[in-house]
Write a protein that binds this ligand. Sequence first.
Ligand SMILES: Nc1nc2c(ncn2[C@@H]2O[C@H](COP(=O)(O)OP(=O)(O)O)[C@@H](O)[C@H]2O)c(=O)[nH]1
Ligand SMILES: [Mg+2]
Length: 284
Amino acid sequence: MPRYAQLVMGPAGSGKSTYCSTMVQHCEALGRAVQVVNLDPAAELFSYPVMADIRELIEVDDVMEDESLRFGPNGGLVFCMEYFANNFSWLEESLGHVEDDYVLFDCPGQIELYTHLPVMKQLVEQLQQWEFRVCGVFLVDSQFMVESFKFISGILAALSAMISLEIPQINVMTKMDLLSKKAKKEIEKYLDPDMYSMIEDSTNILRSKRFKKLTKSICGLIDDYGMVRFLPLDRSDEESINIVLQHIDFTIQYGEDLEFKEPKECEEDKSALVDEYFQDRVDE
Ligand SMILES: Nc1nc2c(ncn2[C@@H]2O[C@H](COP(=O)(O)OP(=O)(O)O)[C@@H](O)[C@H]2O)c(=O)[nH]1
Ligand SMILES: [Mg+2]
């Protein structure tokens, strides 16, 4: 029996911990068991029950207070995550071996964990050895995604996680409940963006020829990867939570009776679901 895992990633404050508790509540309502593991050694508080908490293994504060180490917050985090990577047996014990289990990992937000440090990749490989099917869930805050430049950098962060981890990834735009109706309309173009019109938007602002060229190539690259879609998540709307969960379940083929579909078809399904979401908003 396969086991299932979501690696919940994204910058600090993007809503990872909130996402985990939202998913737990949602799954509970569906009668599905989902567990959460906190992997952020600097986490202060979260409102979900934890199956395991990295702070039982190591805490950033302890590392920072250690006279011989003298780390700041970022060095402290790196130290903790390396310590974690050397002690995966702790995680193995905490996870136990439940068949058919479904675990959310609430990860730290520091981008360096996904760009050049090996720990997250090592974690993925370890989970796969333990027979987990792993899906990356990359969250970005919709509040920051209302301009083409911010949007491009948001995508690049998501892309670097995807490239370094080599697992399927679903991108989610969080906090949709905070947007006004007008802003929601505005952000719609970013969910399934046309990178070529994005080039127009950005190059109109840029004066330097070199930067225009650079932006053009970055947008082209993003377009080539074909991973620029975001699913909107409004935690106050069960349907939007369900759409996100369905996409992830589909990606890791949760549920034996799920038929395998061609990726192309899946893409179409996805846009149909997102269209549906917005249609509902308009109808309201
Ligand atoms: N309104 C609203 N606030 C959110 C949502 N998700 C997160 N937040 C708030 O954003 C802040 C950061 O969220 P948190 O889950 O701790 O982010 P993390 O650092 O990625 O784990 C908290 O104050 C949350 O209450 C959301 O979907 N809607
Ligand atoms: Mg958190």
